[in-house]
Design a protein around this ligand. Structure first.
Ligand code: CP
Length: 308
């Protein structure tokens, strides 16, 4: 039985701040274990997890697989591009066939918003959303918030600006829910064409001015321009986007205070963030990736009902 308030992790919208606190305290324990010479624990020895990825991934897929293996789960990987999906099999049939082989948990990435919710209504296993289209990416938001907490001590009252392609970003929506549940103030910044109209209804400020937003914030989360999800042209060129909304070292060094710079990856170096900023001491991009394994171990462990 899950130790979170839900059987699944479909999004941050559906979980409580108590759930997030429990995930963070459990991740603290796993992070200690990950820094020991022997990084493996037997916690999920009797649990089988399948990673079902219908979209490309580097960080999330490797991070989940490592988390599962560090917990001693049995792991099966499924990539749609070399599967019977290509022969016309539906999502439910695909997953039910996997579950018939006695799988307990499914980690799924899918291009369709709501795909994980849909699956959870039709199958019995615990589902973890590893990114569903433009909707949510809950473990990314958890590892982002955890990384800010690690760097700044607490999220309460901290000001976070999420910059860039908010319209197509599942990372932005999950971050907004997560940061607000933990007491942070959230602003989005980008070209008007890439900011959805419903931001005010979420209690999020909007700004079109990067410098002013960077002066306001404690943390800037620089998002990737998601060209693969853009059917229309939302700005004249990548060069123009970069000139107005890219973070370079000159701009970062000209701010009145030192801010924390984040990026969920993959980075478009020279577009949303310059190489010297991505590699600077103010960027915690690789710390985010490192924390992702501990966060995903915590989520798997708690959903499997193993307790802290
Ligand atoms: N941040 C993130 O989701 O990266 P991947 O697409 O490589 O998993």
């Amino acid at each position: 039985m899950s130790l979170l308030s839900s059987k699944h992790l479909l999004g941050i919208k559906d979980i409580s701040s108590d759930d997030i606190d429990l995930i963070f305290s459990t991740a603290d324990n796993f992070k200690q274990i990950l820094n020991r010479p022997i990084k493996k624990v037997p916690s999920l020895r009797d649990v089988t997890v399948t990673n079902v990825f219908f979209e490309n991934s580097t960080r999330t897929k490797i991070s989940f697989e490592l988390a599962e293996k560090r917990l001693s789960a049995d792991v099966v990987n499924f990539a749609s591009n070399n599967s019977s999906v290509k022969k016309g099999e539906t999502l439910i049939d695909t997953v039910n066939n996997i579950l018939a082989m006695k799988v307990d948990m499914v980690v799924m990435r899918h291009p369709a918003p709501g795909a994980c919710q849909f699956l959870s209504e039709h199958i019995d296993a615990a589902i973890i959303n590893a990114g569903d289209g433009t909707h949510e990416h809950p473990t990314q938001a958890l590892l982002d918030a955890y990384s800010i907490r690690e760097k700044l001590g607490s999220l309460k009252g901290k000001k976070v600006v999420i910059v860039g392609d908010i319209l197509h970003s599942r990372v932005a929506l999950s971050n907004i829910y997560c940061l607000q549940k933990l007491g942070a103030k959230v602003r989005v910044c980008g070209p008007p064409t890439l900011i959805p109209k419903h931001m005010a209804a979420l209690g999020v400020e909007t700004s079109f001015n990067l410098r002013e937003s960077l002066e306001w914030c404690d943390v800037a989360n620089m998002l990737r321009i998601q060209l693969e999800r853009q059917e229309d042209r939302y700005f004249p060129s990548l060069r123009e986007y970069s000139l107005q909304y890219g973070l370079n070292l000159e701009l970062l060094n000209s701010l009145k205070k030192e801010i924390v710079v984040m990026h969920p990856g993959p980075i478009n170096r020279g577009v949303e963030i310059s190489s010297d900023v991505a590699d600077s001491d103010q960027a915690i991009i690789l710390e985010q990736v490192e924390n992702g394994v501990a966060i995903r171990m915590a989520v798997l462990y708690l959903l499997a009902g193993k307790g802290a």
